[in-house]
Design a protein. Structure first.
Length: 69
């Protein structure tokens, strides 16, 4: 958790001058969305979480009636 907080500070907040608290919140929320889907992470081989998810997804749909949707 500390790593993501440090990354957020360096990549999103550091040297930024927000006019309002709401503006800061919007920017941080947008960055978190980027961090959780698009930003490459060293812990998973420098690929994005979205790429990792696609790689981990089953290549074929589950058989009909298997209980999975």
């Amino acid at each position: 958790m500390e790593s993501v907080n440090g990354t957020l500070k360096v990549e999103c907040v550091h040297d930024m001058h927000f006019l309002t608290r709401e503006q800061a919140c919007r920017e941080i929320i947008e960055y978190i969305g980027y961090y959780n889907t698009e930003r490459r992470h060293s812990a998973v081989g420098y690929i994005s979480p979205a790429q990792l998810s696609r790689r981990a997804a089953p290549r074929y749909p589950p058989p009909a009636g298997s209980g999975s949707s």
